[in-house]
Design a protein around this ligand. Structure first.
Ligand code: G4P
Ligand code: NA
Ligand code: NA
Length: 192
């Protein structure tokens, strides 16, 4: 998506060899007009699917996910990263390991908000190692719901998340695909 690539070139900051800082429009300050455009693009790509729910993980997935939910007119549910196990009986949970932060997080969704009748579209800000999406897929499986696809704002093709999802035959649509960072510059993969 050219609009997004242009914005990444303008406002993205490359940190080291594998991290892109986009706190100017996505991860801290959020550009609402850009989010609306991303939501429309995800809707265009997935409107042939019988989506009943948009799913993401707090916190940075919420902005693009709500923009998408507004296009589908379906609810957004965001998994919470919680510490307590006291409500275990009423939750679907999964453990998400972050290779970047080298920590494990439990994510949870109330059983009230996901069921076997749901067709789910996962939306997230980044696809790096794919652990967040894998955790959400585990929760979808626990609910007996159907995964219709995964929409990603920024994919880093050189990390292992995309292959992991391709191997599971999951439909992934990424609006920007970064194949490398070179000398502080972003190299985009050709659009698929
Ligand atoms: P994974 O889910 O793909 O396995 O992600 P990974 O463990 O590698 O990354 C951990 C966190 O870092 C995730 O956010 C992820 O979205 C974010 N992240 C990964 N690569 C980049 C990057 O290049 N730039 C930026 N800005 N973020 C990146 P999180 O811990 O779930 O936090 P939150 O921001 O959603 O609260
Ligand atoms: Na993040
Ligand atoms: Na995220």
């Amino acid at each position: 998506m050219k609009l997004l690539e242009d914005r990444i070139k303008k406002d993205g900051q490359v940190i080291g060899t594998d991290v892109l800082k986009v706190d100017n429009f996505l991860n801290h300050q959020v550009d609402p007009d850009l989010m609306a455009d991303l939501g429309k693009e995800f809707y265009r790509r997935f409107s042939n699917e019988p989506i009943t729910k948009i799913l993401t993980v707090e916190s940075s997935g919420i902005a693009p996910a709500i923009a998408t939910a507004m296009e589908f007119h379906k609810p957004l549910v965001f998994a919470r990263k919680h510490k307590s196990l006291t409500l275990k009986d009423h939750l679907y949970t999964a453990t998400v390991y972050s290779f970047t932060k080298k920590t494990s997080n439990e994510i949870a969704i109330s059983r009230k908000f996901l069921s076997a009748d749901d067709n789910v579209l996962i939306i997230d800000d980044f696809l790096a190692n794919g652990q967040a999406v894998e955790g959400l897929m585990e929760i979808i499986a626990q609910a007996g719901a159907t995964l219709s696809g995964v929409g990603i704002v920024i994919e880093k093709t050189f990390q292992k998340g995309r292959k992991l999802l391709d191997d599971k035959h999951v439909r992934v649509e990424s609006l920007a695909r970064i194949s490398a960072f070179e000398d502080g510059h972003v190299i985009f993969a050709p659009e698929d």
